[in-house]
Ligand binder design. Structure first.
Ligand SMILES: [Zn+2]
Length: 353
């Protein structure tokens, strides 16, 4: 099997598991004959077998930029491909390993959004480092460079409020290191009556979210508000975000937990007690939480949004009600949305007035 074939198989497997990757999130790369092959921006890992999702980038150019400390360097795709390389290309170039995977793995993420971060100093896992939160792109590459600079090989990274990175020189070791990380940072769903979340084997079955103890019946009827139809998201687990008081109370205070959640679902949630509040808005919201009734979505709410909201539910479902979480601050959120801090402040003010 060629390197590309074995990487493709891995990508489809992890990309089809909503507990590891959501929509176009995460990225995988391999280095071969002076080329860094990295998932293209916006591509889905799950699609790796069906279409070309890898962008070739000049590895030597990346290494020269990194050696010069130029973390703002923007890698370009080599001729022959029109994909744009992932925003995390420099991170992949920094890792010395032939194969690198960056995943938004739900169970480690459930640990990494807590104020009390995992202690890796006395870890039983060698080669593991914790990287403080940094904005994806140049800032994160800088934080990863620091983590890799110490003595001894670092092959697994826990990225606070973000996800994990694993590197290895062969695919078997990559898989083994990922498995070890997932075992070490397992996070069962709190208060489940049914077995913990299963890992669906394909994207089509990816709506099989975890369930919590008895919740209110799902709302089935769409709401027509100001001429716009909002349909209830008929997904029992995710609906719990609006119907389970413990989860609902988290929405306002624990929303901005990790980058893709903010980028896809916005900087703050729209929570209402009465649908009339939505009808009075000047713009049509993508979705909203109706207290005690469920999650209602507009026609613009697509599969990527759904997978992100499902991920958020999975992360919250793994927290004890007393567990304090660390949300991204105003500067960090603004950095994700390419906003200045002032625009963020105004947006927040508008949402809460
Ligand atoms: Zn990421």
């Amino acid at each position: 099997m060629s390197l590309r074939e074995s990487v493709t198989r891995f990508c489809v497997q992890v990309g089809s598991d909503p507990l590891l990757v959501q929509a176009g999130g995460g990225n995988v790369s391999w280095k071969e004959q002076g080329v860094l092959w990295i998932k293209g921006s916006g591509m889905w890992l799950a699609d790796a077998a069906d279409r070309d999702v890898f962008a070739p980038v000049d590895l030597n150019a990346i290494r020269q930029a990194l050696a010069a400390g130029a973390l703002s360097y923007k890698p370009q795709t080599m001729p022959g491909s029109d994909l744009r390389p992932s925003i995390e290309t420099l991170l992949h170039g920094l890792m010395p390993h032939r194969f690198v995977a960056h995943l938004h793995a739900v169970e480690p993420l459930a640990h990494l959004v807590r104020r009390r971060l995992p202690d890796v100093s006395d870890s039983d896992m060698e080669g593991l480092a914790l990287v403080p939160y940094a904005t994806p792109g140049a800032e994160l590459a800088g934080a990863v460079a620091k983590a890799l600079a110490g003595s001894g090989e670092v092959h697994s990274l826990l990225l606070a409020n973000h996800g994990v990175v694993v590197g290895a020189d062969d695919m078997e070791s990559l898989q083994a290191r990922l498995d070890a990380l997932l075992r070490r940072f397992a996070a069962p769903v709190i208060g489940t009556v049914s077995p913990a979340s299963s890992r669906p084997s394909s994207r089509s079955s990816s709506t099989g979210a975890s369930t919590r103890a008895p919740s209110a019946p799902l709302a089935h009827e769409p709401l027509i508000l100001n001429g716009t139809e909002f349909t209830p998201l008929l997904q029992r687990g995710v609906h719990g975000l609006a119907t389970d008081p413990a989860l609902y109370s988290r929405l306002a205070r624990d929303w901005a937990l990790y980058p893709d959640h903010v980028v896809f679902l916005g900087p703050s949630p729209l929570c209402v007690d009465d649908p009339a509040a939505v009808a009075e808005m000047n713009s049509v919201p993508l979705f909203f939480f109706l207290a005690g009734r469920g999650v209602f979505v507009s026609s613009a709410f697509g599969l990527a949004h759904q997978l992100q909201l499902q991920c958020y539910h999975e992360v919250l479902s793994r927290q004890l009600p007393s567990e304090p979480l660390r949300t991204l601050d105003a500067r960090e959120v603004a950095g994700l949305l390419d906003w200045d801090a002032e625009r963020y402040r105004q947006e927040m003010a508008a949402r809460t007035s």
